[in-house]
Design a protein around this ligand. Structure first.
Ligand SMILES: C[S@@+](CC[C@H](N)C(=O)[O-])C[C@H]1O[C@@H](n2cnc3c(N)ncnc32)[C@H](O)[C@@H]1O
Length: 271
């Protein structure tokens, strides 16, 4: 499980690496926007909005006349979103926990949660909350990471940190872990449990590009909310061991210009 402070601790890393994050997630973002088919004038709620980059695209998709409420549980991320969206007056920003938003019922045409639901230990509760705030006929788009085997760009560092005894709490596939909703059937079942119908789960391949193994390690360390503090608190020897081990794990993906490390997201679309 992660906390709001885990994410506030990496907000500056997300600020620095926002272009890398968006580039890597571009195929997922395209599939999400296509699946939602937003129309001018619609109202969209984004949960766990992170940097706010996706919020800007959502605002463009509902213009003219539409509105986006960009939210996040972490105060540091909320601050980041505020700075990102200054050029989009149709976006409002507010702090909210996905499991209890305190927003009015039946008030949004679409709800979006990109790469955050898996951190919620009771994900069906968060999806029930999404349903509550949706208008009749509203659409849901949720993205999570597939399993560790499909995401070596991330699991290479996570597994290496685990081998050094640096990872506290349960396994990353357990409740609230980054890979906790990594199976399509599992993700679909959570949506149905929360009362959604017409549930579809798509696999979306992505590629993470790095100029060097050092760049790979540093970017994952800066972005990984759950791992960041453990790695920062480690001894120099432990960090060096994690770095060496992670570099070995991404070696198969060496390519022209550095490394092209594969990943896979799952995109849940439901009504
Ligand atoms: C991996 S980041 C993804 C950020 C952004 N959505 C993206 O795709 O680039 C996860 C985000 O979810 C937020 N988050 C985690 N748990 C949350 C919760 N219970 N409610 C709302 N946001 C949450 C974190 O603060 C963080 O900004």
């Amino acid at each position: 499980m992660t906390t709001a402070s885990d994410w506030t601790g990496v907000a500056s890393g997300w600020d620095v690496h926002r272009d890398r994050v968006e580039q890597m997630k571009a195929p997922l973002t395209a599939a999400l926007l296509e699946g939602l088919a937003l129309k001018p004038g619609e109202r969209v709620l984004e949960l766990g909005a992170g940097t706010g980059e996706l919020s800007r695209l959502l605002a463009d998709a509902v213009a003219p006349g539409g509105q986006v409420l960009a939210t996040d549980v972490s105060p540091g991320m909320v601050e980041l979103i505020r700075r990102t969206v200054t050029d989009r007056p149709s976006i409002r920003v507010q702090q909210a926990d996905a499991t209890s938003t305190r927003l009015e019922s039946a008030s949004y045409d679409a709800v979006v949660f990109r790469m955050g639901l898996m951190f919620v230990p009771q994900p069906a509760d968060a999806l029930r909350e999404c349903r509550r705030v949706m208008r009749s006929g509203g659409r849901l788009a949720v993205a999570v990471w597939s399993g560790p085997g499909q995401n070596p760009w991330l699991s290479s560092v996570g597994m290496s940190a685990m081998m050094q005894g640096l990872v506290q709490g349960g396994p990353p596939t357990g409740p609230g872990g980054i890979f906790s909703l990594g199976e399509p059937e599992q993700l679909g079942a959570v949506a149905r449990e929360a009362g959604f119908g017409d549930v579809q789960v798509l696999r979306v391949p992505i590629v993470a590009q790095y100029a060097s193994a050092q760049e790979h390690y540093e970017s994952v360390e800066s972005l990984a909310g759950p791992l960041h503090q453990a790695l920062r608190a480690a001894t120099p020897e432990q960090r060096a061991a994690v770095q060496t081990s992670a570099a070995g794990l991404i070696e198969p993906y060496r390519a022209a210009g550095g490394y092209q490390v594969p990943g896979e997201a799952l995109l849940l679309l439901a009504h």
